[in-house]
Design a protein around this ligand. Structure first.
Ligand SMILES: Nc1ncnc2c1ncn2[C@@H]1O[C@H](COP(=O)(O)OP(=O)(O)OP(=O)(O)O)[C@@H](O)[C@H]1O
Length: 264
């Protein structure tokens, strides 16, 4: 099921945070949203998981305006890992993951065997099964993040939106999570700060700057020296990953007085 942001605008308190954003996420593809701090990435995503009502434009899933769907139906369609996906409830990991099935249950209906199996599978995929009986409040930041991804997976969505999902994750879990996203077959819209991870996982990338989409295309089309300088104010070198062919950016820190024996 495809996701389409069509002329999306968000204005709050007289400030326009997102301006006429049009972005397509074809079914089964991974599209990244990148941009400097404060450029409107999370705000745009909030409209997709319905934490925010856009002031203009529409979000469509499979051609249907998301706003026209009931909340239960939309929770079965779109799952989100957000900056606000707090786990401040004193629940076990297993209980938190099971909450992902809520849109499929009536009242206090308990989970059946198939639902439990789904939860176990998601915990296995996110490498948190050994934590299942731990209180979620006792977890490290990375462990908690993986629990939240497991909860989103058991929601069995068609569309997955994630805001900085690699936050707190060590490099192994970053690579595993992004590989899982790519192989999930889900329609994925993901905000990432790491442009190299974005280049590795995304079919296409949209670049936001001051609330506007300033570039979109394949990683190789978008992640150019000129764009990185213009949008992020950073000088980068672009190299090609020797195995995957993805563009990868190299950055040099501001030179020291003397670098490795070479006078500056
Ligand atoms: N509810 C709000 N009221 C007023 N301003 C807001 C509100 N939410 C966000 N903003 C502002 O809108 C701008 C965009 O915020 P947003 O969180 O979407 O940026 P972002 O691109 O996700 O940033 P970051 O990379 O830092 O996470 C920021 O300047 C932020 O301070």
């Amino acid at each position: 099921m495809d996701l389409a942001l069509d002329e999306l605008s968000v204005a709050i308190g007289g400030n326009t945070l997102v301006r006429h954003l049009t972005l397509d996420v074809p079914a089964g593809s991974v599209v990244g949203l990148v941009g400097p701090n404060g450029s409107g990435k999370s705000t745009a995503l909030r409209c997709v998981y319905r934490a925010l009502r856009p002031s203009g434009g529409t979000v469509r899933v499979g051609g249907t305006d998301l706003a026209s769907l009931g909340l239960r139906r939309s929770a079965r369609t779109v799952a989100a890992l957000t900056q606000e996906s707090g786990t401040d409830l004193d629940f076990t990991v297993r209980e938190i993951v099971a909450l992902g099935r809520t849109p499929y249950l009536r009242g206090n209906e308990p989970l059946g065997a198939a639902e439990h199996a789904l939860c176990e599978d998601a915990m296995g995929r996110m490498d948190v099964r050994h934590l299942a009986d731990r209180g979620v409040l006792t977890l490290s930041g990375g462990e908690r993040q993986r629990v939240l991804v497991a909860r989103a997976l058991v929601q069995s969505p068609e569309v997955l939106v994630l805001d900085e999902p690699t936050n707190h994750l060590d490099i192994r879990h970053q690579v595993e999570l992004l590989s899982l996203l790519r192989e999930s077959g889900l329609t994925v819209l993901v905000v990432l700060h790491d442009l190299n991870l974005a280049a590795a996982v995304c079919d296409r990338i949209g670049v936001l700057s001051a609330g506007r989409l300033v570039a979109s295309g394949t990683p190789a089309e978008v992640l150019t020296v000129a764009l990185v300088r213009e949008v992020f104010g950073v000088d980068a070198h672009v190299v090609t990953h020797p195995l995957t062919g993805d563009p990868q950016l190299l950055y040099a820190l501001t030179p020291r007085h003397v670098t490795k024996g070479h006078p500056a």
